[in-house]
Design a protein around this ligand. Structure first.
Ligand SMILES: *Cc1c(COP(=O)(O)O)cnc(C)c1O
Length: 354
């Protein structure tokens, strides 16, 4: 897998694998033994290393910390019943990685380096991939600016790192969500479509306030009128309304999700009517009232398919059907899992075998 990328490997002297409690995995808290690290200097990517996971040193003046030149990706590796390991659609994440890089004035990373660095570190720590149902290996590639310089300008040096760690199910319950009509996640002309670190920092206060009111997630609305639905927390949002799968069309305020694309592709193949367009809050609330809204869920790598139990808007809470009875989201979740865990044929070539 790594024949073209010359990676220097330094193995850990003490594996933490046997000390790790795979029955109590909290998302994002457990890291495998190794990580991949590369540097951007003098206009090129160099120093491809796999090293033991651990702290790294840098100047407190690095521009990532001051001006936010930092972004990430998120994808997963799955262990199949026969022991094979696959990463789901890494080419899509590679392309999005470079869209984020471009918007933040950061260097692109050749797609082969992105995919091969992931394959190399996943292969190295393949024993860390859980084989339990609904478990997987979360992969977090990210890039940040490392010039120790306080001038507001694009850094000349960067680091690219890939962290990996075992994860279980992200949401175990049906979500109580609130339509946010005060705060904004992203505005036109901004960088909502990038997986930029700053987008998530800005989302924390609204999410915290919603959590204090008892909500699990926010539905973000457009910055101008707060009349159209954009995303749900850090996932794309989809509805089954009046017999059609509808989801906000991607634009510069919306992250173009791999899960979103996968769900839409499957739906179209099944002959389900699909509409990618502006989705108004009004039509969703109307559908919740008259029973034509038969499914509502978030779609994302971390959350997979996250069922919405109720939607609150202007202080009114609208309850949706029991997730167990939702035909579309149950079918799509089954298909997604089937392909990713190797139990259904991968007719699209979505699984990158490691
Ligand atoms: C990562 C992310 C998604 C989901 O994208 P996937 O590629 O499906 O994981 C959706 N919205 C936001 C804001 C995200 O950060």
């Amino acid at each position: 897998m790594t024949e073209t990328l010359d990676i220097k490997i330094t193995k850990t002297k003490h594996s933490r694998l046997n000390e790790t409690d795979f029955n109590n995995l909290q998302f994002g808290r457990t890291f495998s033994d190794h990580m991949f690290v590369a540097d951007y200097e003098d206009g090129e990517w160099k120093n491809f290393n796999i090293v033991p996971y651990g702290e790294i040193g840098f100047s407190p003046a690095i521009s990532a910390l001051h001006y936010g030149q930092a972004f990430f990706e998120g994808l997963k590796a799955y262990k199949h019943a026969d022991g094979q390991v696959s990463v789901f659609r890494p080419d899509k994440n590679a392309r999005r990685f470079n869209k984020s890089a471009e918007r933040l004035c950061m260097p692109e990373l050749p797609e082969e380096i992105f995919v091969q660095s992931i394959a190399a570190v996943v292969d190295m720590d393949r024993d860390w991939i859980p084989s339990k149902p609904n478990h997987s290996l979360y992969i977090r590639p990210f890039m940040f600016a490392t010039d120790p310089y306080l001038g507001v300008q694009p850094s000349a040096t960067y680091k690219y790192i890939v962290l990996i760690g075992p994860v279980g199910p992200y949401f175990s319950k049906t979500l109580r969500v609130k339509v946010e009509t005060n705060f904004t996640r992203a505005a036109e002309g901004g960088f909502g479509y990038a997986k930029a670190a700053g987008n998530y920092g800005g989302g924390m206060l609204p999410a915290k306030k919603a959590a204090e009111e008892g909500f699990d997630q926010l539905i973000w609305t457009d910055a101008k009128d707060h009349a159209y639905i954009e995303e749900m927390g850090s996932a794309n949002v989809m509805f089954f309304l009046d017999g059609k799968l509808i989801t906000p069309s991607t634009r510069d305020t919306i992250l173009d999700g791999v899960t979103r694309d996968t769900v839409l592709t499957l739906a179209r193949e099944w002959g389900v009517p699909v509409e990618e367009r502006r989705v108004s809050i009004a039509e969703i609330i109307e559908g919740a009232k008259n029973g034509k809204l038969t499914d509502a869920f978030g779609a994302g790598t971390a959350a997979t398919i996250a069922q919405v139990g109720s939607i609150s808007y202007n202080g009114e809470e609208y309850f949706l059907s029991d997730p167990k009875e939702r035909e579309f989201s149950q079918k799509v979740l089954k298909a997604l899992d089937g392909i990713r865990y190797g139990n259904l044929p991968d007719t699209h070539g979505w699984n990158y075998m490691v």
